[in-house]
Write a protein that binds this ligand. Sequence first.
Ligand SMILES: NC(=O)C1=CN([C@@H]2O[C@H](COP(=O)(O)OP(=O)(O)OC[C@H]3O[C@@H](n4cnc5c(N)ncnc54)[C@H](O)[C@@H]3O)[C@@H](O)[C@H]2O)[C@H](O)CC1
Ligand SMILES: [K+]
Length: 488
Amino acid sequence: MKIFNSEQLRLLDAYTIKEKGIASVDLMERAASVFVEIFSEIFGAEESVRIICGTGNNGGDGLAVARLLHQKGYTVFVDIINGNESADFKINLERLNQQQIPWQYVAELKLAPTDIIIDAIFGFGINRPTTGIYQKTIAAINESKSKVVAIDIPSGLFPDASSENHSIVKATHTISFESPKLAFMMPENDKWVGKLHIAPIGLSEQKKAELKTDYHYTLKADIKPLAREQFGHKGTFGHALLIAGSKGMMGAAVLASKACLRSGVGKITTHIPRDTAQILQISIPEVICQESENKSCFSESWNTDTLQKYDAVGIGPGIGTKNMNGFENFLLNFPTNTPLVIDADAINLLGENPSLLKYLPRNVILTPHPKEFKTLIGQLWENDFEKLELLKGFAIKNGVIICLKGHYTAMALPSGEVHFNSTGNSGMGTAGSGDVLTGIILGFLAQGYSVKEAAIQGVYEHGLAGDRAATKRSERAMIASDIIENFI
Ligand SMILES: NC(=O)C1=CN([C@@H]2O[C@H](COP(=O)(O)OP(=O)(O)OC[C@H]3O[C@@H](n4cnc5c(N)ncnc54)[C@H](O)[C@@H]3O)[C@@H](O)[C@H]2O)[C@H](O)CC1
Ligand SMILES: [K+]
């Protein structure tokens, strides 16, 4: 799914009105009705609802929502912060009056206790930080004990730019129209957005296809698993090579190898330090162990012909950062066309020696978490929008795919596209979770997925398995092995 900016959403809005001959107030009605549909699935009509409206179209949505909830039997009360009223706001205020729904203009909001507040102050029309009555109202909402549901976007949050240090409504749920906003993908905004719901309102599909954006949100419909050949065998489902583990870190090699096998790969060879084979072999009988001549780390020397025998290679989980020489030889001899996934300590080694970046092969995926990304680029960022620019810049400059792990893992491609992932949960912030992801991506690459597909689909399926694990156990109690067990 594409992520549109506010200018594009306005365009889509205007185009849909023209193309479908639908009045803008009817589009607002459609938005309000999908909002109410989702809202009423979460909250029952016994809960009291206070709707706080601005006077633009977000406020207009709020008035229409008030009327529709009233018709469904909810007790609603509307507060309006006086301002310039949009045309569709005026029509909806008239409709509110016709149904005799109680409302008042507020100069200073004294919030009577209510179960739920619906935030309809500002939507994507916000163009400056909130001040005065708006700021005070937002503070009152955030201090209340009520659950808060934002219409389209928590008021005060800029959809397409950083809102650091602004006054913003802290929503429990955000029900956003048609497409998520870029701001929702930023970890710094997690505290404002709460649980995100996307509500399609039927904007023109043709125009959506035409509009260009760098930003995408991966949903189930974007996932296309490779068909498994009925006559295939372990020789045709790909042979992966994983370079992983060191003394005390063999768990990383075990988790990544097992995840790789579960991803459907035909065979995996795992290259490990000498004398550690027992640990791996006992943990996973299906793995082929290849021991390094080094007792404590991976091999010093690598040759292209040997590496070329594998369909894909992964390096990093648990390898430590001592063997720079071996890592350099590995990259210098890496075959041009073999897909490669680089994770964990291999990323730290690259960060320590950025001159190696030029030796990265063309089909490479890097999977850093934010700390590893910082080491890799040797630079700090002021906010998450800046971090996103750095991520995009790195992918473009080095011609690589880079997946910045976290909630809504961001995958930047050399084309400048960024795909945000929609699956996963806080339970995945657990030791070994990243090793599992490396194994899955490696397995996908070895089976013949393109680097783009392996990155996007690997991250999506890793998150999905994590969501299943959290349902069976809990976000708190799940561990990385549960992600593997729930990969189906
Ligand atoms: N295409 C769609 O997705 C649809 C969106 N709808 C809803 O409309 C809003 C956007 O409405 P808009 O009237 O453009 O803007 P706002 O209501 O967000 O803001 C109103 C107005 O306020 C002024 N303003 C901006 N910042 C400030 C500030 N800090 N202090 C004071 N005043 C401010 C500015 O002039 C704005 O224009 C969208 O989010 C949806 O909720 C439709 O209902 C359906 C189609
Ligand atoms: K809002």
